[in-house]
Every structure is written in C-alpha cells, then in structure tokens.
Design a protein around this ligand. Structure first.
Ligand code: IMP
Length: 197
C-alpha cells in the first residue's frame, strides 16, 4: 500500500518511516512528490490542525494521506508553545534558538513539567478519516543536551532514562515517544484493515 506523509519535517518523516520499516508500505513525502504547497495551521487544537493537513493533501494528491500535528506543552507556560511549537518565537528561529527562548521563559519557574503530544490523521480523499493520539511526559532541563531527534528533544528530559530525548537512540524514542504511541495505534489499525494476509 502507498501512503503520503503530509509533512516537510525531516525528523517526523524519518521517525514514521523507521517505525514502519518492516511493514509492506511504500511511504512518499511531499518533497519526493514535488508537492510544494504548504498548508496553514490556523486552529488551536492538534486534532483540528492534523485533520486540516490530512484533508488538504489528500484532496490535492488523491492518495491515502498521513498527517502528524504535534508539539510541546509546558505546564508553567499554560501549555505554550502547544500548536505553535514549530514556529514559536517566529518562523526564522532555528530549533536551537527556539529551545533557548523556551529555557529563558521558564527560568524563573520551579515547575518544569511538560508533555509532548501527537495527533496522527489518516485520510482518504474525504471518504473517511481516522485519528490516533499519543502523549509523552517529561521535564524541561536547563540546558540543551544531545544531538539526536529534532525540535525540542535536547531540552526534554525523561526521568526513566535520566537522559533527554536527544540523548537516546531513535529505536528507543520510537518505542516511548508521543509519536510512537500514536504510531502503534495506527499500525494496529492498518494491520486490521489493510495489511491482512
Ligand atoms: P507541526 O509541524 O505544526 O506539527 O509542529 C511540530 C513541532 O512540534 C515541531 O516542529 C517541533 O518543534 C515540535 N515537536 C513535535 N514532535 C516533536 C518531537 O518528537 N521532538 C521534538 N520536538 C517535536
């Protein structure tokens, strides 16, 4: 089966492909299909933005589309950056600058609890839609550590591993992350409905 991953984010695309490496699925992404249109993410929930992306790209491609809307919610910032995670502080900031901005914003708080959230939407040209969600809890540490992953991984500390997500291997991230939890639900759905032997 063919699935278009509706994303330009190399980190997400890598993790999704890696998760399904032993499944008989041909993954495409927007770049590989020369789709340059980018879609707005105007809503204030991950669910709405995820559906919006999946719906938009399945309409223009006619393919079975998988969209991922995800982000970081920090408790002491009342859930910010949330749906703004990708563009927090402005579109032009690098991941590192965005992490430093966040560390600066929380420097006066004692509560450093945070959560990654992921909402995956699988959509076939308006005919049907399914969504799969995952969350991962952690703490924001006071400096960047590690070079794996992407986005806020270098400041997101997992107590169980005593490491940031950027310090653990993709294999482990792909078992415990918000995206991994959502992908597991998606894989069960695909096995039941599409990949029967
Ligand atoms: P989206 O493309 O609007 O879904 O924004 C996702 C943004 O959330 C990314 O650009 C990252 O900043 C952040 N994010 C989502 N998932 C992860 C992750 O697994 N690690 C680190 N940051 C993430």
């Amino acid at each position: 089966m063919d699935i278009l991953i509706a994303s330009h984010n190399e980190g997400k695309i890598f993790e999704i492909k890696k998760y399904f490496e032993y499944f008989s699925i041909n993954f495409f992404d927007l770049k590989s299909l020369d789709i340059h249109e980018s879609v707005s993410e105007p809503f204030d929930t991950f669910q709405q933005n995820s559906f919006h992306k999946a719906d938009y790209y399945s309409a223009i491609s006619g393919m079975l589309v998988l969209a991922d809307d995800s982000g970081l919610e920090v408790e002491c910032l009342n859930g910010r950056p949330g749906v703004l995670s990708a563009r927090y502080g402005g579109e032009k900031l690098s991941d590192e600058e965005r992490n430093l901005l966040l560390l600066d914003e929380i420097s006066d708080f004692n509560n450093v609890k945070a959560k990654f959230k992921c909402v995956l939407t699988l959509c076939q040209s308006k005919q049907w839609v399914s969504i799969f969600e995952g969350e991962c809890e952690g703490l924001i540490i006071d400096k960047l550590k590690g070079s794996n992953g992407f986005g806020y991984d270098p400041i997101f500390f997992l107590e169980k591993y005593s490491k940031t997500i950027a310090e653990i291997d993709t294999e482990i991230k792909n078992k415990i992350s918000h995206r991994a939890i959502a992908l597991k639900k998606l894989s069960k759905f695909l096995e039941k409905n599409f990949l029967k032997v």
